[in-house]
Design a binder for this molecule. Structure first.
Ligand code: FE2
Length: 377
């Protein structure tokens, strides 16, 4: 499957443009994490020399070591092993074959299992399922439908980016236009490096995202997740009080443009999770540019507040790190975690497929803050 993706990329104008440095045998730009990691690892030289050096260094054998702690659980007669990735967030669910146990072709799936997985997902924010590479893309869509409405590539259907700057949405997936392909290879390395929640520049950002790894580097390319409940809890009390009534402006990137317009949305700074009723910090510096003008926050104070919030991003205590392998699926709650790819795997290939999931309940899609925890009207 991955070979076909990269064969198709050869004629993709955006891919051809982005491989210009590779054609000139120029090293990766050190202003990107991928380039700085490669420079730090390598003795230097031309791009091809650096790639050869790193590939030789990463010529790894496969081994299985260590002890794993997990919580056993039996659900719908299936023995599961629940492996926490970190104390507060992230669980790898072992023991499931999603195609078999959720009977993905059956419109009436195993309700007990779905209810269990949703409760676990709300509690742990991130679920991972290993060894699911046998799932077709159609089956991924069917699995995602157990959790919500499968959205367009960036969530709500009215926003379809048509910018020439990003490859992902320009690669057509036959029969599945909602799927976003995220390819990265030696010539055009790519990784969403930087803490963000997906498409918060939408008025009604997606509830969840699902990633399937089809091709993993032997080392690197992990995705890290950061708990937004912890980020809110960790702010000083006076900051919480100061920002409680503020909203912030979320601005999309070049690649999210539609008809040359950059999408923008204004959302509350603290957000009430519409299912748990708990408060998250809904500011991530990937897309948030400023507090809304109507609040008239003085420039110095705004800078200080945003910096305080930025320091919450990626604190080790709030994060978990997911190591990918072909067939690993991750499902995360965009309302409760930030995520970032680790752009450290060049010159290896990493090929991912993403689906975006909207809440079944349309009334819960627009972010809001209700300090007492009551739900949206
Ligand atoms: Fe993302």
């Amino acid at each position: 499957m991955s070979e076909a993706i990269y064969a198709e990329l050869k004629d993709n104008p955006a891919y051809v443009r982005r491989t210009e440095r590779a054609r000139q045998n120029k090293a990766l730009s050190r202003s990107t994490p991928m380039g700085s990691v490669a420079a730090a690892r390598s003795l230097g030289g031309s791009r091809s020399e650096m790639a050869a050096e790193l590939l030789a260094e990463d010529d790894l054998a496969v081994g299985h070591f260590g002890t794993v702690y997990y919580k056993p659980a039996t659900v719908a007669g299936i023995a599961l092993q629940l492996e926490p990735l970190q104390p507060s967030i992230g669980t790898a669910v072992h023991g499931l074959d999603l195609a078999e146990h959720l009977d993905l072709d059956d419109p009436d799936p195993n309700a007990e299992l779905v209810v269990f997985l949703r409760a676990l997902w709300l509690q742990r924010r991130v679920l991972a399922f290993r060894g699911q590479d046998h799932l077709s893309r159609e089956q991924m869509v069917q699995f995602a439908r157990h959790f919500g409405e499968v959205g367009a590539q960036y969530g709500e259907r009215k926003h379809m980016p048509n910018s020439p700057h990003v490859l992902g949405h320009q690669i057509k997936v036959p029969g599945i236009p909602d799927m976003l392909l995220l390819p990265s290879d030696e010539a055009a390395p790519s990784a969403a490096s930087g803490w963000h929640a997906d498409a918060t520049w939408q008025q009604r950002p997606p509830m969840a995202s699902m990633l399937m790894c089809r091709e993993a580097p032997p080392i690197g390319g992990d995705t890290c997740f950061c708990d937004c409940y912890g980020m809110w809890e960790g702010l000083p009390l006076e900051t919480k009080q100061r920002v409680a009534a503020l909203t912030a402006v979320h601005v999309g990137g070049l690649g999210h443009q539609m008809d040359s317009k950059t999408p923008t949305a204004v959302h509350p700074v603290p957000r009430t999770h519409p299912e748990t009723g708990r408060t998250t910090l809904y500011v991530q510096q990937g897309f948030v540019r400023k507090f809304a003008d109507e609040h008239d926050v003085p420039e110095d104070e705004a800078r200080k507040l945003l910096l305080q919030m930025k320091f919450q991003e990626g604190r080790p205590e709030y994060t978990c790190r997911l190591r990918w392998a072909p067939g690993t699926i991750a499902l995360w709650d965009n309302r409760a975690v930030l995520h970032t790819a680790s752009a450290d795997f060049w010159p290896h290939r990493r090929t991912m497929e993403r689906l975006t999931i909207l809440d079944f309940d349309e009334a819960r899609r627009t972010p809001y803050y209700a300090p007492s925890g009551e739900t949206a009207e």
